[in-house]
Design a protein around this ligand. Structure first.
Ligand SMILES: N[C@@H](CCC(=O)N[C@@H](CS)C(=O)NCC(=O)O)C(=O)O
Length: 250
């Protein structure tokens, strides 16, 4: 009797072939370092909020892809991730999009905090967050009014005086300890410094003439630091379809 020739292999054979392929795929040598997606940071060099975020990313040694943004021409990719349209924005590979500078700082430092920016020697993390809130909610509006007097009815020197009250409170802290929250630099210093710097730059001669030796020294130490230099590299604006810049720089 002629042997039976299967036109189509029986189902059992198909399953065996499939299993064989699966096993071969599993045992296929994989590269030892698979490329992993980096967080994407949309940033604007001169923005004080973006500056504080970059400082924490440098301090935490968190690699990311930096995309320099022009505020007048924000990339569609950034607006798709964060429609509110402010920088910094950090798009993490795990999914969450961080749209607040303080959240970017906390994210970076909770992953790694070799300089103990979240562990102040004096006070607690909550105390530092309260100081950051005072900076953002009370001092920053005065900074804007001082810097752009033409845009505000109560701008100019009255705003400078209201901002100076906050700076006097920082001077008092810094006369008691080298940094805002004790003996080492912390999130509080990095979060406030870009705003104090901007205030000082509105009229440098006036700032330098104030009786604030501790605050002036604190600010110059920060701006002369290697950490600040690494956070302030200049980059051309990112173009859609191109790779961003590796950040932090070496
Ligand atoms: N609360 C936000 C504020 C960020 C913010 O206002 N950034 C400014 C630049 S310094 C911005 O992106 N403004 C939008 C614009 O100018 O179009 C944060 O902490 O990240």
């Amino acid at each position: 009797m002629a042997p039976i020739v299967w036109k189509n292999p029986p189902v059992r054979e198909c399953a065996a072939v499939a299993e064989n392929r699966r096993l071969r795929l599993l045992s296929f040598p994989r590269p030892s370092r698979m490329p992993t997606a980096l967080p994407v940071l949309y940033s604007f060099r001169r923005c004080p909020y973006a500056m504080r975020a970059r400082l924490a990313l440098v301090a935490g040694g968190q690699p990311c892809e930096l995309r320099e943004v022009t505020l007048k021409n924000k990339p569609a990719e950034m607006l798709a991730a964060s429609p509110k349209g402010t920088v910094p924005v950090l798009v993490t590979p795990e999914g969450p999009v961080l749209e607040q500078s303080l959240d970017v700082m906390l994210w970076a430092l909770r992953r790694d905090d070799p300089q103990r920016w979240l562990q102040p020697q004096a006070g607690t993390l909550d105390d530092m967050l309260a100081l950051v809130a005072a900076c953002d909610d009370d001092f920053k509006p005065q900074l804007d009014r001082y810097k752009y007097p033409q845009r505000h009815a109560d701008g100019g020197e009255p705003a400078r005086e209201r901002g100076a009250q906050f700076l006097r409170s920082l001077e008092a802290r810094l006369s008691a300890s080298q940094h805002l929250a004790g003996t080492h630099a912390t999130l509080a210093d990095a979060a406030l410094m870009p705003f104090v710097r901007q205030f000082a730059m509105v009229d440098a001669a006036w700032f330098d003439a104030q009786p604030w030796p501790y605050l002036q020294a604190w600010l110059s130490n920060w701006t002369a630091s290697d950490l600040f230099a690494r956070a302030m590299h200049k980059h051309a604006p990112w173009k859609s379809g191109e790779a961003g810049v590796a950040f932090p720089p070496a």
